[in-house]
Design a protein around this ligand. Structure first.
Ligand code: ZN
Ligand code: ZN
Ligand code: ZN
Length: 215
């Protein structure tokens, strides 16, 4: 029986948003007592360590909340074709681990899903950042479905306008406005934290654009 003991790791950088795709073997991991997968930019990394109980402790940067999350997995990481690690706060998929093909497919599926959604919207090349916009639209749907999108005037029929930089919200009844920035990886963190959107409420003020990119 031929066994391919390689495990492939894919994650998105917390700082630059780039996708890192790398692999290792259990032998290397044991020999070196751990392994790191740094992003090309050098500013974030996935780390896998072996614990005393012979489990694997995996630390992953999360672009949704701007922090690192640690997961403990057992030997199944070598067996399972695909493990998806998600952010405990936002549910965002932060790391794909497993055999090369299923990991590649999972990332492709995600991209196809994204392309399809944007094609349906007919907004080719319109948004500043397609991926962040896609997350923002999903999040907005989720919030609206739970009945958590409304205006302080009592109206819950809010107009949604997609702009290159984000989503504009408008109450037709009292003309209150709100804006969800969705133009950069940093905006994704604010989006992940949103639970309720109330127009005319200070909560949207917490979703102001953070300091300038790259500066
Ligand atoms: Zn990076
Ligand atoms: Zn997170
Ligand atoms: Zn209103």
């Amino acid at each position: 029986m031929l066994i391919n003991p390689e495990v492939t790791v894919a994650f998105r950088c917390l700082e630059c948003g780039r996708l890192t795709f790398d692999s290792t073997t259990p032998f290397k991991l044991v020999k070196e007592h751990g392994v790191m997968f740094p992003c090309e930019c050098g500013r974030s990394t996935v780390t896998i360590n072996i614990t005393e109980k012979m489990q694997y402790s995996i630390t992953v940067p999360c672009i949704a909340c701007g922090e690192y999350h640690t997961y403990t997995l057992d030997k199944r990481i070598w067996r399972e074709p695909l493990n998806i690690l998600t952010c405990p706060k936002s549910g965002y998929k932060v790391c794909f681990l497993g055999k090369e093909q299923p990991v590649l497919r999972a990332i492709e599926d995600y991209d196809v899903e994204l392309d399809k959604a944007l094609m349906d919207l007919n907004f080719d090349d319109y948004f500043k950042n397609d991926e962040v916009m896609y997350e923002a639209i999903n999040k907005l749907h989720e919030i609206a479905e739970r009945g958590n999108l409304y205006c302080t005037c009592g109206n819950d029929n809010i107009d949604v306008l997609l702009k290159p930089e984000g989503i504009e919200l408008l109450c037709k009844k009292c003309h209150a406005r709100g804006f969800i920035y969705a133009g950069s990886i940093k905006d994704l963190r604010s989006i992940a934290r949103l639970n309720t959107i109330v127009l005319n409420d200070p909560i949207l003020c917490t979703n102001k654009r953070p300091e300038k990119e790259g500066g």
